[in-house]
Design a protein around this ligand. Structure first.
Ligand SMILES: *Cc1c(COP(=O)(O)O)cnc(C)c1O
Length: 227
């Protein structure tokens, strides 16, 4: 892929402006640079440009990239995991991940906790919510989460600091708004019980403005940055 430094800078700046314009608390919002579109060389160039907060969605590629970015020069780079995580691949991310966005079942949470204990790590995680109940999407339904929510907060080595979701790609603006506002309500409800709940990961290139209006704190942006 042709990396156009100036274009990325301009797009990044536009998104920062949108954060100021649409978010109720712009100071709390972070842009996660979704780097799955880039190979190692391109990724190195992005780091040279000054970007330092990335999200990957494939555990094996995550591991392979991290191997290339070890050492002093890269020690301040933060890596989040945002994709579907198979239990047998938790080991690829457990020692370096900053935040796992995509904990889409209680069983996966238990398994991450087990690996976190083995590796002597405390992991920050988000519960992925299937807010639209689309069959093609993974994640916990809001009402199922609420029925049994205590168990998600009972892990010794995984701290659940919020929620993540993906809106359906073909949804209307009104539908997206209603999904995102359900997520905001969920976060606010649980924030009252657990004061360490701070995070809502929602909004991608095509719907981040709606997410900002509904109080997201991490927007996961890929294509919008380089197109
Ligand atoms: C790819 C991806 C994104 C970014 O998508 P864009 O539409 O390119 O911004 C965000 N979240 C997840 C989970 C992804 O897999």
């Amino acid at each position: 892929m042709e990396l156009n430094n100036l274009k990325i800078q301009q797009n990044y700046k536009k998104i920062l402006e949108d954060i100021e314009k649409y978010s109720p608390y712009p100071e709390k919002v972070k842009i996660l640079f979704v780097s799955k579109y880039f190979n190692v060389e391109e990724h190195k160039a992005l780091i040279e440009m000054g970007y330092d907060y990335f999200g990957e969605n494939r555990a094996q590629l995550y591991r392979d990239k991290l191997n290339e970015f070890s050492g002093e020069k890269y020690k301040n780079i933060k890596w989040d995991f945002i994709g579907r995580l198979q239990k047998n691949k938790i080991k690829y991310i457990i020692n370096s991940v900053n935040l796992i966005h995509s904990i889409d079942s209680y069983e996966l949470l238990e398994e991450i906790n087990k690996k976190a204990i083995e590796n002597n790590r405390i992991i920050n995680g988000l519960i992925e919510i299937n807010v639209s109940k689309e069959e093609s999407k993974t994640g916990v339904y809001i009402e199922d989460f609420k029925k049994n929510s205590e168990k998600y907060f009972s892990m010794s080595n995984v701290k659940i600091i919020g929620f993540m979701t993906m809106a359906p790609f073909e949804a209307s603006e009104a539908e997206i708004n209603s999904y995102f506002s359900n997520m905001r309500d969920l976060k606010e409800e649980y924030q009252k019980k657990y004061d360490y709940i701070t995070t809502l990961s929602m909004g991608m290139s095509n719907d981040y403005v709606e997410a900002l209006k509904n109080g997201t704190t991490i927007i996961r942006i890929g294509s919008k940055l380089f197109k």
